[in-house]
Design a protein around this ligand. Structure first.
Ligand SMILES: *Cc1c(COP(=O)(O)O)cnc(C)c1O
Length: 435
């Protein structure tokens, strides 16, 4: 369920016509719906009503400060994977006690920053990281509460680039070695291993991989307790899918039922790290049709958004629906079209042979379900300024990240002394440009 609907023939975000946002901010632009963000967060937390459960929103799905603040104000914690994300969560007002730090390659500097901030726990993914964390915690006279992320070796049955819980994936510690590694952590003076963690992949559309993984985690918790390691939290990761193209991912209630059935008997606090499920359907990418090109055998619709703005189709074969902002009457004839961006790569293709009505040069279109892994993965490839973001709330909207200007983009580069003649400036002057 989202709040992007046609009203009086125009696609709206909540009460705001998308054409109004395009006029004010230009295109391409990401547009997010507050009501949808809130609804998804609430559906997820309601599914765990009465359970000892807390939600740590996976910041990497969409890390805009306004999105983080919207969720943080509702009580969400944050699952971060870098110091940058940790700083974002703090800047959005999420307290350290509601932040966990995941990731397979944290630096010493990042670990120190997390320790000094006093976050809830650090999710450790290797023996080397255990040793490093024990050392830096010791130097600061601290005992760090940690989770150890195990790799339960289950097939999440998702795209290979977002599957993370199989033996051959780089994440976590092979569950077969988990007992041994928990014991080593327990013996380290500056670590307190209190949590078993896992995250088996993203865009899961089936409960069975979860059931298998949760069962393995529960068995591990019993084994660890029998060895005197006092586990009191289990972090079950994220990964619940969203419908991009008619998939039917499990509803949060069904997912919660499986988690509760398997984990609640352990009498632990359950931690969840949903990302995509919260923000995916809460965002669209609004773009403009530049040209419709009729080839001999194919219709190409060239839009002003490109793979640098939304990389999911190129990177994960991701599907995004496409809706014209001006509604077409029912029964409008459809014919196949390729939707492509302006970038000099054949991979800059959003859709192939998609049935679409006739589209006109200059008209607005919306790529749906673009709130997760959209703006956060944007780049300036082809020297296209970073795409802006807008947040809608009812009948108002605000720019929550302005479009990058050409000055900002070019001004980030430096020309070394040896390339500038005497008296010339190291930073080039930009002639006749405005944002
Ligand atoms: C990416 C990630 C998540 C969130 O995954 P979604 O599919 O967006 O729910 C949660 N936990 C960890 C450790 C992650 O890396």
């Amino acid at each position: 369920m989202d709040h992007f609907n046609y009203r009086n023939g125009t696609l709206h975000a909540e009460d705001v016509p998308l054409s109004e946002i395009a006029s004010a901010v230009g295109t391409p632009v990401y547009v997010y719906s507050t009501a949808t963000l809130r609804r998804h967060y609430k559906v997820f937390t309601d599914a765990f009503a009465g359970a000892r459960a807390s939600v740590f929103y996976a910041v990497k799905a969409n890390s805009n400060l306004a999105v983080l603040k919207t969720l943080g104000d509702m009580g969400a914690g944050a699952d971060v994977v870098s110091e940058g994300e940790l700083r974002r969560a703090l800047a959005a007002g999420i307290p350290p006690s509601r932040i966990v730090f995941s990731g397979v390659g944290k630096t010493a500097e990042e670990l120190i920053f997390a320790l000094d901030t006093g976050i809830l726990e650090i999710n450790v993914e290797s023996v080397n990281e255990l040793e490093l964390l024990n050392t830096v915690a010791g130097e600061r006279g601290k005992v760090a509460e940690i989770a150890i992320r195990v790799n339960p070796d289950v097939d999440a049955k998702t795209h290979h680039k977002i599957s993370t819980g199989k033996k051959e994936n780089k994440f976590g510690i092979d569950i077969a070695y988990a007992l041994d590694i928990f014991k080593r952590a327990q013996a380290m003076p500056n670590l307190a291993p209190v949590t078993v963690a896992a995250h088996i992949g993203s865009q899961l559309t089936d409960l069975e991989p979860y059931r298998a993984a949760f069962q393995r985690l529960a068995d591990l918790v019993r084994e660890l307790r029998a060895e005197g390691i006092p586990i009191h939290r289990v972090d079950l990761g994220g990964g619940l899918g969203v419908p991009y193209a008619g998939e039917t991912p499990p509803l949060p209630d069904a997912y919660a039922a499986v988690a509760r059935e398997i984990i609640e008997p352990l009498d632990v606090e359950m931690l969840f790290e949903p990302g995509r499920m919260i923000v995916g359907n809460a965002g669209i990418l609004l773009a403009k049709v530049l040209f419709v090109k009729q080839g001999e055998s194919r219709r190409f619709v060239v839009v002003d958004a490109a793979m640098n703005d939304l990389i999911r189709p190129a990177m994960y074969d991701g599907y995004h629906g496409l809706k014209p902002v001006i509604e077409r009457p029912e029964g409008t004839p459809m014919s196949p079209a390729d939707i492509v961006g302006p970038i000099c790569e054949s991979g800059d293709t959003f859709a192939k042979e998609r049935p679409l009505p006739l589209l006109n040069d200059g008209e607005l279109v919306a790529f749906t379900t673009a709130g997760a892994y959209g703006a956060v993965m944007a780049s300036t490839y082809n020297s296209r300024p970073l795409v802006p973001e807008v947040l809608v709330d009812g009948d108002r909207f605000a720019v929550i990240r302005p479009r990058q200007t050409y000055e900002e983009m070019l001004g980030a580069d430096r020309i070394p002394d040896w390339l500038s003649g005497p008296g010339e400036q190291a930073v080039p002057k930009l002639a006749g440009m405005s944002g």
